[in-house]
Design a protein around this ligand. Sequence first.
Ligand code: NAD
Ligand code: MG
Length: 406
Amino acid sequence: MPQTKRIITILGATGSIGQSTLDVVAQHPELYSVFAVSGASQIDKLLEIGQQFQPKIIVVLDEVRAKQVRDGLQALALDIEVQVGEQALIDIAIAPEVDTVMASIVGAAGMPATLAAAQAGKRVLLANKETLVLAGQIFMDVVSQSGAQLLPIDSEHNAIYQSLPIGFREQPYGSSFVEAGIEKLLLTASGGPFRSHTLAQLEQITPAQAIKHPNWSMGKKISVDSASLMNKGLEVIEAHWLFNAPIDRIDVVVHPQSVIHSMVQYCDGSVMAQLGSPDMRTPIAYGLAYPERISAGVKLLDLFAIARLDFEAPDHQRFPCLGLAYAAIREGGAAPAILNAANEVAVAAFLAEQIRFTQIPQLIESTLMAKAGLASGSLDELLAADHQARTHAQALVAKWRTAIAC
Ligand code: NAD
Ligand code: MG
């Protein structure tokens, strides 16, 4: 049981990961208190958080929502400061009172505050994988320079973290795979809701079908990413940076039951795995309490009820997003940032019924080809690449919509 109380900022507290984090925190009031939270919308949830956790600060993105939250807090007689905008997200991530930051904003929008938390040397609980896809090298450099403690929350990376030797997982850039005796990282993938669909069936997928994941309950963007296998592609890139892993030593294994959350294969033939119910409160509790363990309210695994575990290779033809991600990280430079930005535009367009599910990889591939070779040396250059990729992808969406309408 941890001895000292941790003071936490939760970036993206109204989302799926944010709510699971608050659930774990609520189970251990003697161990954790919430200093600040943010949310882009969902005023009701922010007010509920205000009542239950009494943070000092709530951050929203615009003045309209800030007024709604302030009015709501006043009606509840709660004395909580409301701040607005991107700089406020950074401020609550680096506040001196805070030792732990849950980075659970979705998309590249989460990057600046996540990076700021790392720069300030916090314990960073990293759910926002897009930060590593957009600016992996810069983020990992900042972590090693600042002494921030980085704990992966993505279930696969958390499983790998738990399956790695302590010395290597805490200092992956201080040694190498060969020195640690590691052969491969085996990233498991559920395969998503359309694992057995034909290409013709994939053409007809609706947003409502895509956001219904068979095993996990998650936000809309990551649910679509899971259905297209882009989530696994982003996770390959995430694993590459988190664990200093050569790309050809990261394999994806489709495992429909989502019981094994990922594995590490060693040179002596051993394979270490982490298993558990598909519930994000496990990796969140692990990150909050590391290196101790705390209860998470998670249903314990019943192997007799599960009875069997299946494994298969991913199908790159029906799910081209995975291959696009491998290609982007192999190319390096700005390619992963472009991939991520184009994917965000594609997923938003699909959810708005502007493009078909099967056009998601097409949009990403066209954007990668059109924007190849953009500069990537600095954060500003990566952000410029992200911006250019979005503009290009949005123009393509508009063009394709017109073509469909004709
Ligand atoms: P979600 O959509 O449920 O929540 C996203 C949160 O970010 C919300 O609080 C929302 O208000 C906030 N937000 C949205 N747009 C924003 C913006 N432009 N600026 C600031 N805040 C904004 O998403 P989620 O499923 O909780 O996922 C969050 C992150 O965690 C993602 O990067 C996702 O890939 C990662 N992740 C999620 C899961 C999961 O099980 N949900 C698992 C692994 C990793
Ligand atoms: Mg994952």
